[in-house]
Write a protein that binds this ligand. Sequence first.
Ligand code: ARG
Length: 298
Amino acid sequence: MAQVITSVDHLTFSAHNLPALPAPKQVLMVEPTFFSVDYAINPHMADNIGNVDKTAARNQWQQVLGVFRQLGFSVHRLEGQKGLPDMVFCANQSLPYINPAGRKQVVMSIMHSDMRKEEVPYIEQWYRQQGYEVRYLDREKVRAFEGCGDAIWHSGQRLLWGGYGYRTSREAYKAVSGMLDVPVMALRLADEHFYHLDTCFCVLNETTVLIYPQAFTESGLKLIHAVFDHVIEASEDEAKERFACNASCPDGQNVIIQQGCREVNSKLREAGFTIHEVETSEYLKSGGSVFCMKQLLW
Ligand code: ARG
């Protein structure tokens, strides 16, 4: 079912009839030993160069890891690398999945920023050690693709949501869709503060999503509303200052989210979700929070 959909007019199938995708059961996290803000490649980093409290960052990372464990996920820990301060955001270097035959595969990213390009081979090596089949995009055709920062699986179904405009170029989704034989709902991102799809869009379960609506175009919002029965909205303050939409709901029930997203949390509780608040303030300085501090695996 390879196709890239950018408007509801091209939506010729019901998203709920697509083949099933099993639930992920494992998590990869990269140790924050070398995490810092050394350069600015998104607006959140600009005022924070040199400002990371390393001890706090280590404790916060440990806390996020602890919640995933508590929820029953087995967590793989990979060493970070000196000189690669953003490697800790391990949602970005790859797009892993399990294919319909049960084979573990991964598409490696083509990082937009030169600062992050060298992270990819370390992550690739780890996947190889785990027995993954590693796949590459054609660099002649694809300028940039930042993995699960922009490409997000729909819960339980072989459907991808793909953000583009800042870190991933639109043509990446033609390649990804063809390679994985899955439809991609392509969403243009419209505000540089929400430079990855995972900063403004969080799939909670098959029918529910949390978004910051102002980060999308009209046609993107229509697509989101066409597929999800329940669209929960975050306010500008909680989305931009607390990265509410960079939460993670790895099992369709438990939401791990930056502390203090009061309005979003009350909407989520009302919708039946269980909230686990964590402090990720050191990572917010770099423009990231829970979702991008881990990679979900099968
Ligand atoms: N400083 C990192 C960058 O700009 C943060 C990445 C956060 N990841 C994410 N998926 N939002 O690339």
